[in-house]
Design a protein around this ligand. Structure first.
Ligand code: HEM
Length: 184
């Protein structure tokens, strides 16, 4: 493992200004989060299913889509509960979710639009149910934190795989990346 998920979480908490007030409002709406989770999962997988490449991945193995529905519901609810007050357990869990997506071979370009679907659908639901702007902001922040974990795992996994295979130092790899970018 190249990054420490807890350190990364702390950095993201600061960057997104995810405050104690955000945590309180999420926790106090945790039951609501659980109630709407299955509906959010339906929107999410309907969206993914409309893309041919993602639909193939979703149905590549027996029972995968069914399992995914359940893991989405749990993931969604955990954004409200914070698992362990958004500490080590939460960070590890979010890091692992990123790794799973790299392992399964999902291209990172699919991740941001997928999270945008969640933010969009939950935004509509918040409006219909007259929920507060504070809850909307807090949910937006935690969705972005989770997104940052998944995105970061792609770069961490690729970099550490190259370093392991070649024996290069990270400084050399960084130089090669920069000179590669300069030649594009
Ligand atoms: C906002 C973005 C996404 C979130 C929050 C999310 C959430 C999750 C979660 C919680 C898991 C379970 C991880 C585990 O087993 O520990 C998972 C696995 C998986 N996700 Fe996603 N996902 C996202 C994007 C996508 C996209 C774009 C695809 C494209 C098809 C996808 C397909 C999969 C697959 C195939 C698995 C593994 C299923 C298995 O166990 O067989 N996910 N995802």
């Amino acid at each position: 493992m190249t990054i420490d998920p807890v350190v990364f979480m702390n950095t993201l908490v600061k960057r997104f200004d995810f405050t104690e007030e955000d945590k309180v409002i999420l926790k106090s709406n945790a039951d609501w989060g659980r109630e709407i989770a299955a509906e959010m999962a339906d929107h999410f997988y309907a969206y993914l299913g409309r893309d041919e490449e993602m639909n193939t991945i979703l149905n590549a193995t027996e029972g995968r889509i069914h399992r995914l529905h359940k893991t989405f519901v749990q993931w969604f609810h955990e954004m409200f509960t914070g698992i362990d007050d958004w500490s080590a357990g939460y960070s590890q869990c979010r890091w692992q979710i990123g790794i799973v997506h790299v392992k399964v071979g999902i291209q990172p370009q699919h991740i941001v639009p997928a999270m945008a679907t969640v933010v969009n659908e939950v935004g509509k639901k918040l409006k219909v149910e007259g929920k507060s702007e504070e809850l909307k902001d807090a949910l937006g922040k935690i969705c972005m934190i989770d997104l940052a974990f998944i995105e970061q795992s792609y770069i961490e996994v690729s970099t550490s795989a190259v370093l392991k295979e070649t024996g290069w130092s990270s400084a050399l790899f960084k130089r090669l990346v920069i000179s590669g970018a300069a030649s594009m």
